[in-house]
Ligand binder design. Structure first.
Ligand SMILES: Nc1nc2c(ncn2[C@@H]2O[C@H](COP(=O)(O)OP(=O)(O)OP(=O)(O)O)[C@@H](O)[C@H]2O)c(=O)[nH]1
Ligand SMILES: [Zn+2]
Length: 323
């Protein structure tokens, strides 16, 4: 945040990028890097981090006059409300770890939400120093690698600095030039990662929450960080991975957003097959038995873990629609 933001002529619309949002305030960055607090004008100009906007100066602050069309909007939706994480993303990094043990259900949910918006996902498994937990977790991700998901190992702590650096260099190559939303459950090393990639992240977060909340200390919400000096690589840190509601997804659409199931679609006997019980179902034909789980099988392409998650989610999404 510059102390002397350029003051454009009143009335002129300026382009900007939303780098933090808190209630009705947000922080907008101009192309020259200066930042100022802005307020959306009217309900339709509500913004999320990553939005490109046109704003107008009103004294030291600004008013958002227009939100540019979004390439995508990543959000979750439960019974009570819709929560938008961020807009205009190139990819989502889901950070999990050998410990605490990750919930595959939660992982699958975030992947489905990303797929529904057409946003690629990168899974990063941290704490490779913790054995045998790491190998077991890696094994549990077999279905995800098989369906084409990129999974990277990482070690942010431990004795071997060389290993940490190798992991980080590979990760940085995947982040370069892109805008990446980082999601992850508590305790996986998310703050450690953000602080490694953005050395001043902590100070910056404090500065932003003070600016947006008139000096009061708040838990920060979603925040945009530049990783490099040329401002081409960005990380968006967002809390709220726990309850990942998918109410916005139709049960009959679910299989389309699970790449391993999607690969077999179009071959079921019934065009409106739910893949739960119908005869001649091409999806069910591809489900591995429990005894095949974790092993690549030539004949079958869908892990029984994935099919179980599909069934549970289908039931959950159908129940919500029946009342
Ligand atoms: N063994 C091991 N511990 C790690 C590694 N990376 C991070 N940790 C530890 O894991 C714990 C959690 O790390 P944080 O960065 O605070 O995790 P977080 O995901 O931000 O968690 P919250 O603050 O709860 O959201 C800390 O004690 C870290 O030191 C790793 O590669 N190996
Ligand atoms: Zn079917």
């Amino acid at each position: 945040m510059s102390k002397h933001p350029a003051t454009p002529a009143a009335g002129a619309l300026q382009p900007g990028l939303v780098v933090a949002a808190f209630g009705r305030h947000c922080l907008v960055e101009s192309p020259d890097g200066t930042r100022r607090i802005c307020h959306p004008r009217g309900k339709k100009n509500a913004v999320v981090v990553g939005d490109r906007v046109a704003w107008q100066a009103t004294g030291d602050e600004g008013s958002i006059e227009r939100v540019e069309p979004r390439r995508n909007l990543f959000y979750r939706q439960d019974e009570m409300r819709t929560k938008s994480f961020a807009a205009n993303l190139d990819q989502i990094l889901v950070l999990i770890a050998a410990d605490p043990e990750f919930s595959e259900r939660q992982l699958a949910r975030s992947l489905i939400a990303a797929e529904a918006e057409g946003i690629p996902v990168l899974i990063v498994l941290n704490k490779s120093d913790l054995q045998p937990a790491f190998d077991q977790a890696w094994e549990r991700l077999e279905s995800y690698r098989r369906m084409g998901c990129e999974v990277l190992p990482l070690r942010l702590k431990g004795q071997t600095a060389a290993e940490t650096e190798r992991g980080l260099i590979e990760l940085e190559q995947h982040l370069a030039g892109k805008t990446t939303l980082v999601l992850g459950p508590s305790g996986v090393g998310k703050s450690t990662l953000v602080n490694r990639l953005v050395p001043h992240a902590k100070a910056l977060t404090g500065e932003i929450s003070r600016a947006l909340n008139s000096g009061k200390h708040t838990t920060t919400s979603t925040t945009w960080y530049w990783v490099d000096g040329t401002r081409s690589t960005a990380l968006i840190d967002s809390p709220g991975f726990q309850e990942f509601g998918l109410n916005h997804i139709e049960p009959m659409q679910l299989a389309h957003f699970m790449p391993d199931l999607r690969a077999t679609l179009g071959h079921c006997r019934f065009y409106n097959c739910t893949h739960l019980h119908e005869p001649g179902c091409a999806v069910r034909d591809q489900v591995m038995g429990v005894e095949d789980a974790g092993r690549a099988s030539k004949e079958k392409s869908i892990g029984d873990n994935r099919y179980r998650i599909y069934g549970e989610l289908f039931a959950e999404l159908s129940a919500r629609r029946s009342y």
